[in-house]
Design a protein around this ligand. Sequence first.
Ligand code: UDP
Length: 324
Amino acid sequence: MILVVGGAGYIGSQVNKQLNKDGFDTVVFDSLVTGHKWAVKWGEFVKGDLANLDEIRALFNKYKIEAVVDFAAFIEVGESVRDPQKYYYNNLVNTLNLLKVMGEFKIGKIIFSSTAATYGKPLYDQIEEGHPQWPINPYGWTKLMIERVFTDYDVAYGLKHVALRYFNACGADISGEIGEDHNPESHLIPIILDVALGKRKEIKIFGTNYKTRDGTCIRDYVHVEDLASAHILALKYILGGGKSKQYNLGNGIGFSVREVIRAVKKITKKEFVVVEGERRMGDPAVLVALSKRIKKELGWEPKYTKIEDIVESAWRWHRKKYKT
Ligand code: UDP
C-alpha cells in the first residue's frame, strides 16, 4: 500500500490517480482543509491531520504501508510572509510528525513535494539542482528545512527520500476528471481563465519592465500529468532500493506572462481586459528549470511542453468546474 498524504489536493489527487492506473494500491490521508473529497476517486480515503500523532499511528496500524508520497502543505507564498507560524507548524512540524511515525513503523521511503522556491532569488537563468538554496519567503524555508531534515534522517536512521522541486505546476487531468481548485486562486493560468469566463473583470500583469523578451516575467510551466509521471518514476526508484535524491521538475521552456495570456485568448477564443500593473514583490524576472538530472537518471520526459496544450487542458477543466 502506498500512502498519499495530501492526496485530495491538486497535484496529490493527480498522482493518486496515476498510481492506481499503474497498479499500486493507495490510501489517501488528507485533512480536507484545502483539499477536496471529490478529488479522491481512486483508492482508500482517511480524513485526518498530521498535527495529530495518534491519527497518523492509527493509519499506519490499519494499513500495511510500504512507502509514502507526501503533498500535504500550505503553498501560498504571500500568506506565508503574513502568517509564518501557520506555515512552520503545518509544513515543518506536521511533516516531522509524519516522519516520526514512519520511523516508529520502520517505513523508510518517502517522495516529497519540494519547490523551486527553495532556490530563492535565482543567481542565473537556468536553474539546476546545485544552484544555491536560500529562500526568500517562509514557504520556501519550510520546504528547504524538510529537505535538510531528510539528509540528517538518512544519515541517522536510513530514511530514503526523493525531493521533487516543482516549478510552476499547471494544467489539468487530460481526461477532465480532476483539476485545480484553490480558494482563493492566486495562480496565473486559472486567474486568466476566470477572466475569460467573466468571473473576474481583468487580468493584471505584474510588471512589464523586466529585462525579458517582452518585459514580463518568464516562468517554467510544468503540466500536472508530467509531475505525476515523475512521482511514479521516483516511487519505483525508491522502492527498488534507490538512494536519496533531489530533482527539479520543470519542462525547461519558459513562457512570459504575455505569452500565457495570448495562449488563453487563442484557446478560449475570448477577448478580455489586460491591465499592465506594478511588479509584485519577490518575483524574479526569469525562473526556468534545468531538469536534466531526472531525465538522465530516471528517464522522465515531460509531454506537455506547448503552452497551448497546457492551457487547453486547464480550460476544459475550468469550464467543467463552473459547468459552463
Ligand atoms: N502573475 C501576473 N498576474 C496575476 C498572477 C500572476 O502577472 O494575476 C505573474 C506573476 O508575477 C508571475 C507569473 O504570473 O510572474 C506566475 O505567477 P504565479 O502566481 O502563477 O506563480 P509563481 O511564479 O508565483 O509561483
